[in-house]
Structures are given as structure tokens and as C-alpha cells.
Ligand binder design. Sequence first.
Ligand code: GTP
Ligand code: MG
Length: 320
Amino acid sequence: MGSRVVGSTTAGGRLFRELFTFGSDSLTHWFPSHMAKSFKKMQAQMKKVDLVVEIHDARIPFTGRNEMMREALSIKPHLLVLNKKDLCDMSKAQAVKTRLLEEEGIKNVLYTNCVKQHSDTAKKVIPKIEKILKEEARFNRSEEHHYTIMVTGVPNVGKSSLINAMRRLNIKKGKAARVGKMPGVTRSVMNRILVSASPPMWLLDTPGILTPYVKDVETGMNLAVCGTLLDYMVGDEIIADYLLYTLNQYNKLKYCKVYDLDGPCDDIFVFLAHIAKKEQKTIRVKTYQGSMSVRWNINSAAVKFIRDFRDGQLGTLTLL
Ligand SMILES: Nc1nc2c(ncn2[C@@H]2O[C@H](COP(=O)(O)OP(=O)(O)OP(=O)(O)O)[C@@H](O)[C@H]2O)c(=O)[nH]1
Ligand SMILES: [Mg+2]
């Protein structure tokens, strides 16, 4: 992995850092054995599958999708679902769709929000799948009257949530797939889950699979900010620093109001110390002399900043 990301100099006329530097190369390889096993299993299941629904985080439509998986599964009709619509900047949606078509030939794109109370957008998935299968006549198994759909994507983008939302909305059934805040909740390719009675449609939930090598620092950090890598592998303070850098570059300055700052800040330690003071987050540390001393808890402030962003408290963001 390279060591820096180049950004623009100003946002709203203010001067920010031009580069994001990343000290180590340790982020390049994360491919736990369950991912390798699942990938093989998914390839083996392919012949039974009518269409692949690839889910990705709507905040990072152009980074982090698994290229290896894309090639392996491209033999089937494909729908790209950009989930977490509530967290992305929807004013960019048309530009995103145009660029996906022009650069990658992806013509079927749908935005969804799978959080329980707002999951109506998931209703559009089945009609869209039916439409694609009708249009792509060569894939249409006319003798069959039911569909098997494989749901793929990198970790934590909402694959299991989409399956549950579709079940809830179409057949009024409860949760069938486990969901969680941390990546890596689904560990193996699951049995088929019924999500629609008419037409009968079964979905295969799969574990999030990353490419074995994250190709550059920007991709790695974008995945990290969106909670796709395990935070401890990257480091809370590094993720927080990249997030601050990115919010400034995109002129997304709602954080100033949320944390009562007079203006934007580009120094992560000044910024985290401010949050720690505001939230009264302290930590007791042992000094060289052996006595205990109370300090501002920078790490806990970083965790709060990242969590606030992921919960949508700091506004919406789409990284182009
Ligand atoms: N804000 C928001 N959060 C979502 C949405 N969809 C899912 N989530 C949350 O994202 C997290 C991950 O959801 P999962 O459905 O477990 O994701 P997954 O892709 O199955 O994850 P793995 O099985 O770990 O690969 C959970 O905390 C969900 O509640 C959405 O549309 N908006
Ligand atoms: Mg899952």
C-alpha cells in the first residue's frame, strides 16, 4: 500500500492539509480463512444462482468493491445495491449512476436503506430483479418459476439487513439472517432464505469478502471509515484522522456545530482533545514516578467521533 493520499487544498476558502499520510503498510492484507472458504463455496453454488445482488456502501460507490469476486461472479446478471442511502449524499446519486455506467458498464443500480423503520426502499429490489431477468432473456430459465439470488459484498455493508428487510416487507416474516455493527457477522454461506412468495424468490446470504490485498491507502481508509475493516486493525486514531481530513476536503463541516467548535480543525490531536474535554472523557495513567495521573482520553474521543459519523450525526457524505 502506498503511504499517502493527495487531496485539494481548500474547502470553503480555508486551508487544509493537502496530503493524508499513513505510517505503515499493515493494512494491505486481511483475508481471514473463513473468507477464502466461503469464496470457494460461493463459486460452487453459482450454477444454481439466477442473479447476483452485489451490495456496497453508498458512501463509497467507487472504492472497495471486491474485484476478484466481481470477475468470478460476472457470468450472472447483476444488480448493484448501494445501501445505507440515509448516510450518503443523495444529491450525488445521478452523477454516481452515470459514472458507474460509463466507467464500469454497470447499468442496474438501486439505492436502499435497510434500517428497520425506514426500509421501504428495499421493496424496490424484487421488481428490479424481475425486470433484469426478463430483459436478460438468455439467462431466463423459462421452465423455472422460482429464483435463487446470491447476495454478495464486502463486510458490514448490510447484506443480512437487506435480506431481513425483504422478508419483512414481502412475506411479513421475521429476521432470518444475523445482523451486527461489527464486520464479519455472517461467517458462512447460508441456506436459502425465502424473501418473496410471488414470484417465489430465495436469497443466499454470504459473508462479507474483501479482496486479499487492499490496493491503496485511499481504498483501505475509505473501507475503514465505513466500518468494513475491523477498527483495531487500522487504529481508532488513524481512522479518526482520515475522517477529519475527508470531512474537511468535502467541506462537510457539520462537526463544528456538533462539537461546539468555533471553526474547522485540521489537527487531529487538538480536535480529539477538544471532544474529550467536552465529553469529560478521562483516563487514569501511571506516571514514570509510579503515581496515578488523570489525562484526557484521546482514544475514547476518537471512538466517539467515528461512531457519530457512522450513525449519521455528522451529516451525509459520498466519496467520489
Ligand atoms: N444507517 C444504516 N445502517 C444500516 C443499513 N443497513 C444496515 N445497516 C447497519 O449496518 C450494520 C451491518 O449490517 P449487516 O446486515 O450485518 O451487514 P452484512 O453485510 O451482512 O455484514 P457481514 O455479515 O459482517 O459481512 C448493522 O449495524 C446494520 O444495522 C442502512 O441502510 N443504513
Ligand atoms: Mg451478514
